[in-house]
Design a protein around this ligand. Sequence first.
Ligand code: NAI
Length: 352
Amino acid sequence: MEKIRIAFFDTKPYDRSFFDECNRNYHFQIEYFETRLTPKSVAMAKGFDAVCAFVNDNIDDKTVDELYNMGVKLIAMRCAGYNNVSLKAAYDRITVVRVPGYSPYAVAEYALAMIMTLNRSLHRAYNRIRENNFSINGFLGFDLRGKTFGIIGTGKIGLVFAEILQGFGVKIIAYDLFPNHKAAKQYNFEYLPLEEIYRQADVISLHCPLTPENVHMINHDAIKMMKKGVFIVNTSRGKLIDTKALIDGLKNKHIGAAALDVYEEESDYFFEDLSNHAIDDDKLARLMTFPNVLVTSHQAFFTREAMTNIAQVTLDNIRDFFGPKLLPNAICARCDGSRNCPPANTPCARKA
Ligand code: NAI
């Protein structure tokens, strides 16, 4: 039997080591490309049965059309989010699969790590001490205990975040399009309307997917509703926040701090070593100047356990697609299992 050929895009050495190790059990013919999958690079997928892509690949209408025309049958996302894939173009032509939950712990733990780091200035203390500067001026933080945490999106990651917070003596309030009342009881939190989360929370942590409806949900109007000194954490997707509004809120001190593992224009920067280049993106460059902003490069997922699960589930998805099995991880705009079902006329990319 001929081996199934998979073109991996946007790969780094760590992707290759985890996937090569895992592929010992699958024997797929894998080719790794460093370049992103975009309308420009899509020609590289010619001759492959499937492509495997990541968070910053640009799988828009044109990319999908080209993939379809060259006979690629499957887009296997090696991540949970799929906002960068045109499901409309894929509908009924190319199946799209993803890895829905490789480690909610990795991301939830990371969100808390960012809060603790930024609140207590650990990132700055590390640098100061290395220069023999033992002053603690400017490092004043606050106790988490007694503060109100607002969680937006109580799916897998949001709930692990709520679970972790149980030990901190905080009050948790949450918003989700589809409230999970059983979990709310279990983790002692209350669902409130979004505006109330904005009004009441000292710390707001985003754990919802990016959808066409919630692009720039954190904008000038939302920030205006928030408490002065609010702490905003985004480990979800950059476009949930209007960066210009965030910068304005930081400049006028309405926002106390921002921890960002994602950024709306991250695709040209994140995951790359650009230490010999100037940053062209003025908003990113400005963000990085604030002492009360912590930017990291979309690394919340990056644990050994998550990488192992990503490789395993991605290769399982590919095996299942080319075999007789059902595809539990196919992305269907109506039934992707996330309980985030858009209106009924949204196209579905699930294999029939
Ligand atoms: P999930 O699908 O288990 O949960 C998402 C929750 O958000 C669901 O309960 C859904 O009903 C809710 N939701 C959808 N739209 C909403 C809206 N407009 N407002 C409020 N709630 C809404 O997803 P999971 O696994 O918890 O992941 C959440 C997000 O985290 C992913 O979509 C992805 O964007 C991001 N992520 C980031 C990673 C990183 O490395 N920084 C790694 C993995 C995921």
